[in-house]
Structures are given as C-alpha cells and as structure tokens.
Write a protein that binds this ligand. Structure first.
Ligand code: SAH
Ligand code: ZN
Ligand code: ZN
Ligand code: ZN
Ligand code: ZN
Length: 494
C-alpha cells in the first residue's frame, strides 16, 4: 500500500488550514488525548500524528510525519502509528537524526562570532555559497566559492540582508518584511510599554529591534529570536537566538536553550514581554496554537499570584482568511485592520548580475504600483489579544478610529449597521447582503441557486472544498485571484 504523503500539500491545507470545510480530502493533524505514547523523532524533533481524510471520513490508519517540513524532499520521515520498528532501524534513525544536526554547537557558533568581530575588516569574509562567516582557517576550504570580504559591523547587525532568504516555498519560505513595514512594529512595541520581545520566526523584526536599541540609548528593548533557520546562530550569542521548531516547540539545543527562553519570558515576573510571530503560512494552525499555548504556560509559571488572570500579549501575523481558525484556538484575539505588511522583494536577476541582494520595497516597485490587479494591499494582518483601541494605526495612511468598534480601521472600511461592525477584511468597502445576513466582498453578488454570495461568473454547485489559498468556496487554488504568474516574486501575487 502506498504511504500517504505526509508532505501535506494543498490537500492538507484545505482540510486543516481552512475552517469548516465538510467533505474535503486531505491530511489532518491529530492530537491524541493524554496519555499518548511519545511521538517518534525526526531531525526536526518530535513528529506529529496525521490522519488522511477522504470525503470528510477519517481513514483508520494514522501515521507520524515531520512537523516542520511540508515536502518529503526536506524530511522523509514516515511511520505508521501502529508500526513496530526493529532495534536496528531505530538505531539507524537515531544516527540519521544526529547526522542532520548542524555541525557546530550553539556555543561553538557564539565563540566563532566573537573571534570574527575581533578580526580586522579586511579579514572578515562571508561565503555566499555556504552562507557562512569564515575565519582565516576556513578560507582555504572556500577558495573556489563566491566569497565576499570586508564584512562590516553594520552588515553583521543585519544578517537577514547578508543571508539569502531560504527559497523553499513549502518548508521554509522566508518572507522578510520591508524595513518600512517592520518599522511600524518596532515603533509600536515600546509605545505599548513593552521592553522584551520574543520573536518567533521574525528574524528581521529581531534585528531591527536590536539596531534601534543600540542606536538609541533611551530604548532598552530586548529581543530573543526563536527560528528554525540555524544560519542565524552565526550572528547572535546564546541569549538572543535559539534554534527552534515552532510546530512542535522543539529546542534543537536542548535544555540550555529552553532555559534561555524561560528566563526571557519570566524576567520581571513576566512584565513587559510580548510574543510576535509570523509563521510560514503553509503551516497548520493547530500545531502552532498548541506551541503558543506552551509558550504562554511557560510565561504564566513566572507570574506573581495577583496577576494570574493576565494573558501573555501576542501579535500573530497571518493572512486574514485564517481569522476564524485562529479565533477557534484563541477566542480573545481580534484582527487588526493594519494592511501594510509589505515584504521585501529580491530582484533575482539583478542579484545575479551584481552578486548581491537588492531589496526593493513593494511600495516603490513599478511592478506592484502598476501591477495587473492594481491592488497592493497585503492579506497579512495582526491578530492580537491586546485591546485594539490601544493600537493606534497611522492617520497619514488613512486609518481612523471607529468609536462603535473601538478599533482603528482602514480608509474605506465602513461600519455596517446590520452587522454592527466595520466588516471589510481587505481594505475595500464591503456590501451587506440581506440574504446571507452578512457583509460580502464588493465583487460578489447573491446567487439564488447556490444560496450564498459568489463571484458573478462562478459555476453554480461548483467545488465545495474551497480554495486552499484563500478558503473561498467559489474557486480552486489554480484559479485563485491571489496567485499570479509571477510566483517567484511573492506568495500572494498582489
Ligand atoms: N516577516 C518576518 C519573517 C517571516 S518568514 C520578518 O521579516 O522577520 C517565516 C520565518 O519563520 C522564517 O524566518 C523561517 O525561517 C521561520 N520558520 C519557518 N519554519 C519554522 C519552524 N518550523 N519553526 C521555527 N521557525 C520557522
Ligand atoms: Zn523532520
Ligand atoms: Zn564556501
Ligand atoms: Zn453587514
Ligand atoms: Zn449573499
């Protein structure tokens, strides 16, 4: 029997990522009720238990697969739940897991970094092929690689510009914010009174917070980065970066790293800390929610008695069409209307020509300004448990306060008296439909055959499973309006 693909392609997203799709096919994560046997380990820590779902019915045989990798090419771990492995196979697996770990320990990386910054500028080299800072002893090994020299302290402080963003779309897609989008957060966090930021999968935010703290002596805001991209361990000491898997709360460097995180969360009895996360969007929401609850619990342990009612403040950056899914796990979260999370766009052609990365802010890039759809809003939003009336969105960009909703909303969002809320999710004015009893996108009309609103040219009784990209029922992934032909450029194609 062919093993189901735990790689969790589109099907998995459709089943597990989009709420309430009945009759869909795909793969879902199962969290067995305790006590459950410990999950077997892959190179990325404990695996997750999956079940294949066909036409809404779960198949009986469940299997373990990698929590982090959506693609079997990246991690091909597979084991049926009821499968018994021989001692020899277990030993081989353990050896494989060890072999896959980074060659240097976290401490060794930190030591290398200290040596590196002591070198004179002319000896500070970085191998682009190996994505590695080189010490003089390493030069020989890399002499045929493309090596850049004169790595300045300024460059060292901006590793996300030095490193190539990981390209693999399924597993490790890195969508770095444009500095301008990131600056919004960097400025907002101290305004809200935060002094420590736990950055989970936000390397650029981490780096900008630290830059600000070192440039501006008044800002003493601290940041700890948790990320699966261990290339970052070359640039940070142990107390500011942990190699971490956010789909299973796994610290690759064991207890010492876990303690770094715990200490960070519990400092000052947990006062003044916020978690900011921007997970890969292909990832499953439930494992993320389970992880975040573990981080919340870790923070709670450090609370003084009187403040046990408080919640760990969180910014979860994710596409708006996951709103109901996120609120299923975090009912107190609300979605902010801030829509300007623009990612940097790496000009691949120019990078080839000049041998360096050229980053372009979406706002300034002709392709986006005059792009096919003419819309340059990003579908990415902030989900948070901080009262939204505290989060002032910039009036220069058209945001204003809605006293009825008690939150800041975008220019064209309008309060609907029937829904009693400002209902637009995408920056356009939505219209109320009295049949559906809710507001819908301006491009939709009510279809009496389907019994709900849809695009005018939808096919009635069409696909029920909905689109993997946006969750809408009226089209499939391949025809999603959010995908364009320039797939290389960004993940939404706006
Ligand atoms: N917008 C952010 C980057 C988000 S890209 C910024 O500009 O800072 C998603 C990030 O999550 C990447 O840094 C990627 O390395 C990290 N990531 C991907 N899978 C992960 C996992 N399983 N565990 C932890 N981090 C992960
Ligand atoms: Zn794995
Ligand atoms: Zn090299
Ligand atoms: Zn309405
Ligand atoms: Zn309708």
């Amino acid at each position: 029997m062919a093993a189901p693909r735990a790689g969790l392609g589109a099907g998995a997203g459709a089943a597990a990522g989009v709420p309430g799709r009945q009759g869909s096919s795909g793969v879902e994560v199962v969290f067995p009720s305790e006590p459950a046997p410990p999950a077997p380990l892959c190179p990325h820590g404990p695996t997750l238990l999956f079940v294949k779902v066909n036409q809404g019915k779960e198949e009986t045989r469940r299997f373990y697969a990698c929590s982090a990798c959506r693609d079997r090419k990246d991690c091909n771990f597979f084991q049926w739940e009821d499968e018994k492995l021989s001692g020899a196979r277990l030993a081989a697996r353990e050896a494989h897991n060890r072999k896959c770990q980074p060659p240097l320990s976290r401490t060794q990386c930190a030591e290398r970094y200290l040596k590196f910054i002591e070198l004179p500028l002319s000896q500070r080299k970085f191998c682009q092929r190996c994505q590695q800072l080189l010490l003089p002893d390493d030069w020989e090994k890399h002499h045929e690689h493309r090596v850049v020299g004169d790595i300045s302290i300024t460059q060292l402080r901006r590793p996300s510009q030095l490193l190539y963003p990981l390209e693999n779309k399924k597993t490790n897609a890195q969508y770095l914010f444009a500095d301008r989008s990131c600056q919004f957060l960097v400025d907002l966090l101290p305004t809200l009174g935060f002094t420590r930021v736990l950055c989970v999968g936000t390397p650029r935010l981490h780096e900008l917070i630290r830059l600000k703290a070192s440039d501006d002596k008044k800002s003493n805001i601290k940041s700890l980065l948790l990320d699966i991209d261990f290339r970052y361990s070359q640039f940070y000491m142990e107390d500011s970066f942990c190699h971490y898997n956010m789909f299973n709360h796994h610290f690759f460097d064991g207890k010492a790293a876990l303690e770094v995180c715990r200490t960070f969360l519990q400092e000052d009895k947990g006062e003044g800390v916020i978690m900011v996360t921007d997970p890969p969007f292909g990832g499953l929401v439930e494992p993320l929610a389970v992880t975040f609850k573990k981080l919340i619990a870790m923070w709670k342990e450090g609370q003084s008695e009187g403040s046990s009612h408080k919640e760990l403040p969180i910014f979860w950056i994710f596409p708006y069409f996951f709103e109901s899914r996120i609120r299923q796990f975090f009912p107190s979260f609300c979605m902010l209307d801030y829509q300007r999370f623009h990612r940097t766009f790496i000009c691949v052609d120019e990078a080839m020509k000049y041998g360096c990365m050229l980053e372009v802010d979406y706002d300034n890039h002709a392709l986006y300004k005059h792009g096919k759809t003419g819309r340059k809003q990003s579908p990415v939003r902030i989900f948070t448990n901080i009262p939204p009336n505290k989060i002032i969105l910039p009036s220069e960009e058209g945001y204003r306060f809605c006293p009825l909703c008690q939150r800041y909303i975008s220019l064209e969002n309008q309060h609907c008296e029937h829904c009693n809320s400002c209902t637009s999710k995408d920056g356009r004015k939505w219209n109320h439909c009295f049949f559906c009893k809710k507001c819908v996108k301006p491009s939709w009309i009510h279809c009496s055959i389907c019994g709900h609103c849809a695009l005018p040219d939808h096919s009635c009784g069409g696909p029920k499973d909905g689109c993997f990209i946006c969750g809408e029922l009226d089209h499939k992934r391949s025809t999603c309006p959010k995908i364009t032909t320039s797939k290389k450029v960004n993940r939404w194609g706006e």
